[in-house]
Design a protein around this ligand. Sequence first.
Ligand SMILES: Nc1ncnc2c1ncn2[C@@H]1O[C@H](COP(=O)(O)OP(=O)(O)OP(=O)(O)O)[C@@H](O)[C@H]1O
Length: 274
Amino acid sequence: MNRVTAEKTEGIVPVQEAGRIRVQNVSRFFLQDSGPDVIALNNVNLDIEPGKFYSLLGPSGCGKSTLMRIIAGLDEATLGTITLDEEPIRGPHFLRGMVFQDPTLFPWKTIEENIASGLEARGILKEKKHEVQEYIRLVGLEGFEKVYPHQISGGMAQRASLARALVNHPKVLLMDEPLGALDAFTRMQMQEEILRIWQSRGTTIVFVTHDIDESVYLSDKIVIMTPRPGKIKEVIDVPLGRPRSRNHPDFWRIRSRILRIFGFSPDFADSYHI
Ligand SMILES: Nc1ncnc2c1ncn2[C@@H]1O[C@H](COP(=O)(O)OP(=O)(O)OP(=O)(O)O)[C@@H](O)[C@H]1O
């Protein structure tokens, strides 16, 4: 453990055991009054191993958010089942923490109150209040406890929404394009932060992105999805150690393989967003 990790994770209560998600024969159809019905997901099967970092990668409309919303319990599959540790998913639950592209903080609450809101909703804020400060420290927001969301940057707001999910000790953290709205510099900083927190907490992560390099940099496994109908084309292993170098030949090999799967030439160097 490096010095920063040791400093920032010290005092944090032990993590829940990481969860296993099984997606079995899941389809989601959207019936339209006019125009053809949409097959957002078509017979998707995926076994998400506990404690691993998964990315869902694919172009717009391939069903990434739909799959995340069903895992989160915010939407229901038309066909098939999804389980967390063998328990069927029925509705949202704090054991499946969610972070969206828009940090969705309550504007009238301070950062501290926002992070505490999940505990408050579960009626356990009184006994767990000390943990709020621990998570504020874990995500690097010390000194910003009493400020309101409009007073902080997008990156800081995303840290707050990450802390709000983590304070509930989720078994799984679902992150739907959490870095999509950030500038390139903040985005790279946040990639490091997410890795640091994931490595210290051990939670299973499912992370949606359009960015091939981001998926190779972060993930243990990359789930490649394709649209019309939305389905999984391939699950790619990323057998690279950490920390990773974006310039390492093995990094480039995986990146090139993904570009080829999407039908791009591997020397299509500048446009790695799909
Ligand atoms: N509520 C809805 N009603 C009708 N169609 C929908 C609905 N939600 C999603 N869809 C359609 O389902 C398909 C998959 O959408 P989804 O948002 O899951 O894709 P995505 O891969 O997350 O896209 P993006 O990267 O642009 O967010 C798209 O064709 C979308 O238009």
